[in-house]
Design a protein around this ligand. Structure first.
Ligand code: HEC
Ligand code: HEC
Length: 209
């Protein structure tokens, strides 16, 4: 019951925000200034924002509205990671906006594929959720191809390395990662996923393009 109320709230937000154009960034920043300070980030996230390690997220094409929120959370200690926290510590609000519009402007070129052994379960969860355990379908917020929704700050998740997505889902479930928004929607969802479902849906997402 509670869960449905939260969902309704988020769907209402989705409808309102989807009138904002997708082509223009919702964030005002300088792509050139972002590029200039992105050199250190490239060591882990790839020089073009396409990550070189399946445990580290791609930043290319990610909605700037979401990236601003996450970088601010790392800087202010609301999202914690031993590699990332140090990187965000000294960023100003303007640095964060510039980096976010820079990465948003880059193409996501990852060519990872889903594991054929569990793609069926992964697709089932992604598109339909699990009615027995009350898992909401990922497609409702992250979209049919994982592009998310910038206005509602539903992140782009397609083509992320499965190891990264698995870790995020486990972190949400344990409370290690706390959402920035007012509603802990991902915690509610991740806590209801079995380990098998986490692996399958993460692999399916890795193969989305
Ligand atoms: C030493 C490696 C390393 C460097 C350098 C690094 N990061 Fe990260 N970054 C990570 C890791 C690891 C994560 C995932 C943390 C987790 O598991 O929650 C991450 C996560 C992120 C996220 C969250 C992505 C998402 O989808 O939620 C953003 C945004 C980000 N980094 C931006 C940056 C920027 C901008 C820089 C440069 C100022 C940078 N990173 C430098 C390792 C690094
Ligand atoms: C009601 C909307 C909604 C539904 C349904 C939903 N998500 Fe999310 N998801 C979000 C929001 C909002 C965030 C960002 C939350 C934050 O600030 O941490 C998010 C974040 C994520 C992230 C972190 C992305 C990153 O780059 O770090 C992953 C992974 C994810 N969701 C996977 C899933 C999966 C898998 C499902 C289905 C089992 C799902 N989501 C269902 C709204 C939703």
């Amino acid at each position: 019951m509670m869960f449905n109320k939260k969902l309704n709230f988020l769907f209402a937000a989705l409808v309102v925000f989807s009138f904002n154009g997708q082509a223009e960034s919702l964030i005002e920043g300088s792509i050139d200034a972002g590029k200039a300070i992105s050199i250190t980030c490239g060591a882990c996230h790839g020089l073009d924002g396409n990550s070189i390690n399946p445990l580290w997220p791609n930043l290319a094409a990610q909605h700037a509205s979401y990236t601003v929120e996450q970088l601010t959370a790392f800087r202010d200690g609301k999202r914690v990671n031993e590699l990332m926290t140090a990187m965000a510590m000294n960023l100003t609000d303007q640095n964060i906006k510039d980096l976010s519009v820079y990465y948003e402007s880059l193409p996501l070129t990852s060519k990872l594929v889903a594991d054929p052994n569990n793609v069926e379960l992964g697709e089932k969860i992604y598109r339909g959720g699990n009615k027995e355990t009350g898992v909401a379908a990922c497609i409702a917020c992250h979209g049919p191809s994982g592009k998310g929704n910038p206005g509602a700050k539903y992140p782009l998740i397609y083509a992320m390395g499965a190891m990264y997505t698995e870790k995020q889902l486990r972190d949400y479930a344990s409370g290690e990662r706390i959402s920035v928004g007012p509603v802990q929607i991902m915690r509610d969802i991740a806590q209801k996923l079995s380990e098998e479902e986490i692996k399958a849906v993460s692999s399916y997402i890795q193969g989305l393009h």
